[in-house]
Design a protein around this ligand. Structure first.
Ligand code: Z5A
Length: 210
């Protein structure tokens, strides 16, 4: 698939909802449909972005909430300019694990910096790119954290209290209410087979249009 602009798909949701698992599933669907794509993530996706990711998630790190927002935004600016836009312009699809909705949810609502402030910062930085489709994997906060409990040391953000994640979850769901044409909410608490069937259905129209 190299004709025309590619599609931009993002995966969003709290910890442990299955973004990585379902990203692999979507990648397999794109492969089956013979669609050329770039799989990537935020924060990260470029060498500088991956360095910023290490800084911002370091378990023993400390920083102002505004610094956290600026680092997430800086990573995104690099990512869009060096990876996402060039791929889309070349006709490739881009599948991204988290994007701007994550800053709205975590920094805007979780950190209580303000959803509008986060959106305004991105506008000021010239970030106008919007996904064509966002798969919002949603489930109760505690259930996601339970799934993650088996993993190693939590990162700096994963150490936050339940109320932080609850605010982030509500902000994600609000994004879905405000942009229903873009955001599809998937019940991530169901069995993996059921979740993947929902993901497949959400993608189907886009895959058919190519
Ligand atoms: N962050 C931010 O604050 N602001 C921003 O702008 C951006 C990010 C972009 C890194 O994100 C952190 O950055 C994140 C938000 C912040 N911080 N926190 N906390 P990340 O995406 O790299 O990390 P994560 O959210 O912690 O995701 P994760 O650890 O990769 O989890 P996941 O990808 O959603 O889940 P998973 O690894 O696919 O699945 C977790 C487990 O559940 C695994 O054992 C699976 O086999 C299992 N699983 C998955 N689906 C199912 C179902 N349906 N049933 C049963 N079990 C399942």
């Amino acid at each position: 698939m190299t004709e025309g602009r590619g599609k931009f798909i993002t995966l969003e949701g709290l910890e442990g909802v299955g973004k990585t698992t379902n990203r692999q599933f979507v990648e397999a669907l794109l492969d089956d449909a013979d669609i050329s794509f770039v799989g990537t993530r935020e924060p990260g996706g470029t060498p500088l972005g991956e360095s910023l990711r290490e800084l911002v998630l370091a378990a023993d790190g400390q920083m102002q909430d505004l610094t956290e927002l600026l680092l997430m935004t800086a990573s995104r600016v690099e990512h869009i300019a060096n990876v996402i836009e060039p791929a889309l312009a070349a006709g490739q699809w881009v599948l991204c694990d988290r994007f701007l909705d994550a800053s709205i949810a975590y920094q805007g609502a979780g950190r209580q910096l303000g959803v509008e402030r986060v959106a305004e910062l991105h506008r000021l930085m010239g970030v106008t790119l919007e996904p064509d489709l966002t798969l919002l994997l949603d489930m109760p906060v505690e259930a996601g954290l339970e799934r993650m409990a088996a993993r190693g040391t939590p990162d700096r953000i994963e150490r936050e209290a339940l109320a932080f994640f609850e605010r982030a979850r509500q902000a994600y769901l609000q994004q879905a209410v405000m942009a229903p044409e873009r955001v599809v909410v998937v019940d991530a608490g169901k069995s993996l087979d059921d979740v993947q069937e929902s993901v497949r259905q959400a993608l189907q129209p886009m895959l058919e249009r190519g």
